[in-house]
Design a binder for this molecule. Structure first.
Ligand code: HEM
Length: 501
C-alpha cells in the first residue's frame, strides 16, 4: 500500500501543475496572435534567415512604409522613425515613462536606481547626478582614473600579449577595463579586473550574471513564467537571487567602509552622494545603476569600434595621422581638450556606434492611448520601442551607403565634426532622459582607441565573419568575444620603451 506521504506528495504535484496551467492560461498575453510576424517570433523561424533578432527587426522596419511594426504577442510597437522618437522622448515624455513592467523586470537588480524609476524619484536623482557630473573636479577625476588604467594596466597587458603572439579576446579586455574604471570612478574601489594574474572578482562575475539574467526575463512572452520561477526559487531565478545577494553584500561593505574612513575628501561618486543621502539601500541602488550604465556600454562601443577599424585599415591610418598632427608624434595626450580637437577620431567613434549602438533598442510604456506623429495608434498599457540599431541602417536617414563604415559622413567641409539630430541618432537616447555619462563615455572610448592604435596593430582572428553574432543582454555583446592578434608598431616601440625607462 502506498504510504500517506507519497499520496500527499502526489496530490501536491498534481495540484501544482493544475494551478500552473490555469495561471498560464489566465495570464497569457492578451493578443495571442497568429500573424506572420508573431508566428515567426514565437517559433524563432526568423533565425533561419537572420543572424540576430535586431537584424530581423531592421529588415521588418525597412519593409514597413511607416517604419513602425507591431509584435502583438509582446504588446510592443517598434519604431525607427525619428519623429516618433522625438514625440516619445520629448514632446509627450510624460506619456511614455519606463513603466512598471520594466521596473519590475529590473527591480531586483537595480532597485530604485536612476535607470529604473520615473517621476519624482527620477527627477531627484537626475538633478543630483547632472550636478555632480557637471563639475570640473569630477571630470578631471574621471580622466585621471581612465588614464591611469590605460597606462598602468591596458598598455602593459597589450605589450605582453604582443610579445607572446597569443590570441587575445579584446571584448573581455574591454569589459575588465571598463569595470575597473567605472568602479574606481563610482566607488573609489579598484577591483583590479585587468590584472590578468588575479582571478576575476566575484563582484564582476555576479554583476554580469545579474545583468544577463535580468535581461532574459524580458524575453519571456509572459512575465508569469519568471515570476513563478522566482516564487519557487528555481532555475535562472535562483541563480539571479544568489548573484544579487552577492552584489548587495559587497556594495554594503563598500558603503560601510567609506563611511568608516570618512567620505568628505574623497573624489568618487559614492562619497559625493553620501553627503546628501543616508539610506544605505538607496545609495546601493544609485551606484549599481551607474555601474550598469557605464560598464557594458563602453566595453560594447570599444569592441565594435575595433572590429570595424580592424576591417578598415584606411580609417586606422587616418586616426593615427590626425593624432600625430594634433598631439605630436610620440607625445602623450594630457587632457580632455586635446581629445576634442581630434575630429576624425570623434567621427569614427560616432560612426561605429551608428552601426553598432551599445543599447540596440529601448522600450517605454504608454500610459494613455496615443497617436505617434506618423499616425500609428498606441494603446494604453502597451510597450513602445525605438530602435537605434535599425535607425542606423536606414537608407532614408543615412543615404544609399548606410551600411558602410564611413567616418567622413560626420565631418563637414571645414574638416570639423558635426553632430546629427539626436532623434535620428538616439544612441545615447535623447530628450529629457538623455544619457548623463555621454561625455565621460566619449573621453573613455577615445582615450583607449587612441592609446591603443598609436602603439599597436590589431588583426582579427576571423576576418571572414561579416556580421557579428550578439548575445542576449541589456547591452550588445559579441557572442564568442572578439579574438584578435595584437602586434606592436615598430615606429612606437622606441617611444614605449623610452617611457618605461
Ligand atoms: C557608449 C557608452 C554609453 C552609451 C551608448 C549610453 C547610452 C545610454 C542610453 C541609451 C540611456 C537611456 C537608457 C534608458 O533610459 O533606458 C542612458 C542613460 C544613462 N546613462 Fe548612458 N550610455 C553610455 C555610457 C554611460 C556612462 C559611462 C555613464 C556614467 C558614468 C552613463 C550614465 C547614464 C545614466 C546615469 C543614465 C540615466 C539617465 C536618466 O535616466 O535620466 N552612461 N545611457
Amino acid at each position: 500500500m502506498a504510504s500517506p506521504y507519497f499520496l500527499i506528495l502526489f496530490l501536491f504535484t498534481i495540484s501544482f501543475f493544475f494551478l500552473f496551467f490555469i495561471l498560464c492560461y489566465l495570464l497569457r498575453p492578451k493578443f495571442w496572435c497568429k500573424c506572420e510576424i508573431c508566428n515567426s517570433y514565437i517559433s524563432a523561424s526568423w533565425s533561419s534567415k537572420f543572424t540576430n533578432l535586431c537584424d530581423w527587426y531592421t529588415h521588418l522596419l525597412k519593409e514597413s512604409p511607416t517604419r513602425t511594426i507591431h509584435i502583438h504577442v509582446l504588446g510592443n510597437t517598434i519604431t525607427a522613425n525619428p519623429e516618433n522618437v522625438e514625440y516619445m522622448l520629448k514632446t509627450r515624455f510624460e506619456n511614455f515613462p519606463k513603466g512598471k513592467t520594466f521596473s519590475t523586470i529590473l527591480g531586483d537588480f537595480l532597485g530604485r536606481g536612476i535607470f529604473n524609476v520615473d517621476g519624482d524619484l527620477w527627477k531627484f536623482q537626475r538633478k543630483m547626478t547632472s550636478l555632480e557630473l557637471g563639475r570640473n573636479s569630477i571630470r578631471s577625476y574621471a580622466f585621471e582614473v581612465i588614464h591611469d588604467e590605460i597606462q598602468q594596466r591596458l598598455l602593459p597587458l597589450l605589450s605582453c600579449v604582443a610579445k607572446k603572439d597569443e590570441i587575445l579576446d579584446l571584448q573581455d579586455v574591454f569589459r575588465r577595463f571598463s569595470f575597473d574604471s567605472i568602479c574606481r570612478f563610482s566607488f573609489g574601489l579598484d577591483p583590479k579586473c585587468l590584472e590578468l594574474s588575479l582571478p576575476i572578482s566575484e563582484f564582476a562575475i555576479s554583476f554580469d550574471l545579474a545583468s544577463q539574467l535580468s535581461a532574459e526575463r524580458a524575453l519571456n512572452v509572459s512575465p508569469i513564467v519568471w515570476k513563478i520561477k522566482r516564487f519557487l526559487n528555481i532555475g535562472s531565478e535562483k541563480k539571479l537571487k544568489k548573484a544579487i545577494k552577492m552584489i548587495n553584500i559587497l556594495a554594503q561593505e563598500v558603503i560601510r567602509q567609506r563611511r568608516k574612513l570618512g567620505f568628505s575628501n574623497h573624489k568618487d561618486l559614492l562619497s559625493r552622494f553620501m553627503g546628501t543621502i543616508a539610506n544605505e539601500t538607496y545609495l546601493r541602488d544609485i551606484v549599481i545603476s551607474f555601474l550598469l550604465a557605464g560598464r557594458d556600454t563602453v566595453a560594447s562601443a570599444l569592441t565594435s569600434f575595433f572590429w570595424l577599424v580592424a576591417r578598415h585599415p584606411q580609417v586606422f591610418e587616418k586616426i593615427r595621422d590626425e593624432a600625430d598632427k594634433v598631439i605630436g608624434k610620440n607625445h602623450e595626450i594630457t587632457n580632455c581638450e586635446q581629445l576634442r580637437e581630434l575630429h576624425y577620431l570623434q567621427a569614427a567613434v560616432y560612426e561605429s556606434m551608428r552601426l553598432f549602438p551599445p543599447i540596440q533598442f529601448d522600450s517605454k510604456f504608454c500610459l494613455e492611448d496615443d497617436f505617434l506623429p506618423n499616425g500609428t495608434f498606441v494603446k494604453k498599457g502597451t510597450r513602445v520601442t525605438y530602435h537605434p540599431y535599425a535607425m542606423g541602417r536606414m537608407e532614408e536617414l543615412w543615404g544609399s551607403d548606410s551600411l558602410e563604415f564611413k567616418p567622413e559622413r560626420w565631418i563637414n567641409k571645414d574638416g570639423v565634426f558635426f553632430r546629427e539630430n539626436p532623434f535620428k541618432y538616439p544612441v545615447f537616447q535623447a530628450g529629457l532622459r538623455v544619457c548623463l555619462g555621454k561625455e565621460m563615455a566619449l573621453v573613455e572610448i577615445k582615450s583607449v582607441a587612441l592609446s591603443f592604435l598609436r602603439r599597436f596593430h590589431v588583426e582579427l582572428v576571423h576576418p571572414s565573419h561579416h556580421t557579428p553574432r550578439f548575445s542576449p543582454g541589456l547591452t550588445a555583446s559579441f557572442r564568442g568575444g572578439l579574438p584578435v592578434f595584437v602586434s606592436e608598431n615598430s615606429s612606437t616601440t622606441n617611444a614605449c620603451s623610452l617611457k618605461q625607462t
